[in-house]
Design a binder for this molecule. Structure first.
Ligand SMILES: O=P(O)(O)OC[C@@]1(O)O[C@H](CO)[C@@H](O)[C@@H]1O
Length: 334
């Protein structure tokens, strides 16, 4: 919690949310019926975005965190301030651009449908101001997490360019993005060096040319060979830690020291929104606390599972973590 040893040692984590969002969650009492008018049983809204979510979980875990945003408006700031954990500082320039609204529809059987808007278009000035704010915040930080999709106007290789500015400061850099921005991370190798990426099976397939459905089927059967092999290829290209999240099948971590699988604790899935961000946060929290790769993997799975058991974009605090610890096995010889 707020007085963990990491906080005492003054360690600091920074997150960057390139395209923040107000997450609106609409709960349905019956299955989603396309083309019909349906009544929601509940609705809520939270200031979010991938880096903000990571920051909330890291701060709740007791490590001082700064969440840098390229833009925010009054409504977003006040929504964020309403549930800001202790130890989290938000840094956003004065530029007023309105964050997008991303809509999540949840059905009683746990199915989550998400519709994400593109976000406002950033100018060259917006990009320069945000870059300066991030680089300034990152001085002295142990980890920087660059998270989420890029807003219109940002170059697809923005994360690679930012990483080139951040690494000389001595911080470790995690990148969690998708689509063209994810391809650009790979294209920047081996010149750039990233410390953590967290692909799910779709993203692993996108990055390695594999088949996402085959990865998922194999993971459910407990056959992790192809996943480890694909993740190892990414590691060989210069990504220090490749954390592949596999939903109910747990997660795989590949780094220079080996490869591991962690089972996922049994939970009732309420909303998977924020589960990936919580996994990144869990990994960082364990690493900051001096944990082994297996500890980092277990913490990633625990935090991701806890997030999936919570509604909407609610994010886990230490009190929400599953009581059963994931079982971690070494896959180095598989
Ligand atoms: O459009 P992106 O940036 O890829 O994802 C944005 C988003 O889906 O990610 C978070 C959950 O991970 C949500 O808070 C947010 O709505």
């Amino acid at each position: 919690m707020a007085d963990s040893s990491a906080a005492h040692h003054g360690l600091r984590v920074v997150t960057f949310t390139a395209n923040p969002s107000i997450d609106r969650t609409v709960a349905l009492g019956s299955a989603l019926a396309r083309g019909e008018v349906q009544r929601a049983t509940a609705a809520s809204a939270q200031a979010a975005g991938k880096g903000v979510n990571v920051a909330k979980v890291v701060a709740a875990g007791g490590v001082a965190t700064e969440a840098v945003l390229p833009f925010a408006d009054e409504a977003y700031r006040s929504s964020l301030d309403a549930d800001l954990p202790a130890g989290l500082t938000v840094i956003a320039p004065a530029t007023v651009r309105h964050p997008r609204t991303n809509t999540t529809i949840t059905e009683p059987d746990g199915t989550t449908t998400k519709i994400n808007e593109p976000g406002p278009t950033l100018s060259v000035d917006d990009l320069a101001v945000a870059t300066d704010l991030l680089v300034e915040a990152a001085r002295g930080a142990v980890w920087v997490a660059l998270s989420g999709s890029l807003p219109p106007g940002a170059p697809t290789d923005w994360y690679a360019r930012l990483t080139a500015r951040l690494k000389p400061l001595g911080c470790r850099v995690a990148v969690d993005t998708s689509d063209a921005a994810l391809d650009a991370v790979l294209d920047a190798l081996p010149g750039a060096s990233f410390d953590l990426i967290k692909p799910n099976s779709d993203e692993l397939a996108q990055l390695t040319g594999g088949d996402a459905a085959a990865f998922e089927d194999a993971a459910v059967r407990g056959d992790l060979h192809d996943i480890v092999e694909a993740a190892s290829r990414l590691r060989d290209r210069g990504i220090a830690n490749v954390l592949v999240t596999l939903g109910g099948a747990g997660a795989v971590l590949v780094n220079a020291e080996g490869a591991w699988h962690a089972t996922a604790p049994r939970i009732e899935v309420r909303s998977t929104v924020g589960a990936g961000d919580s996994s990144v946060a869990g990994f960082i929290l364990a690493d900051v606390a001096g944990g082994s790769p297996a500890d980092c993997l277990a913490s990633a799975v625990n935090h991701g599972s806890a997030a999936a058991s919570l509604p909407g974009t609610s994010l886990p605090t230490p009190a929400d973590l599953p009581l059963t610890h994931p079982y971690v096995s070494s896959l180095s010889n598989s």
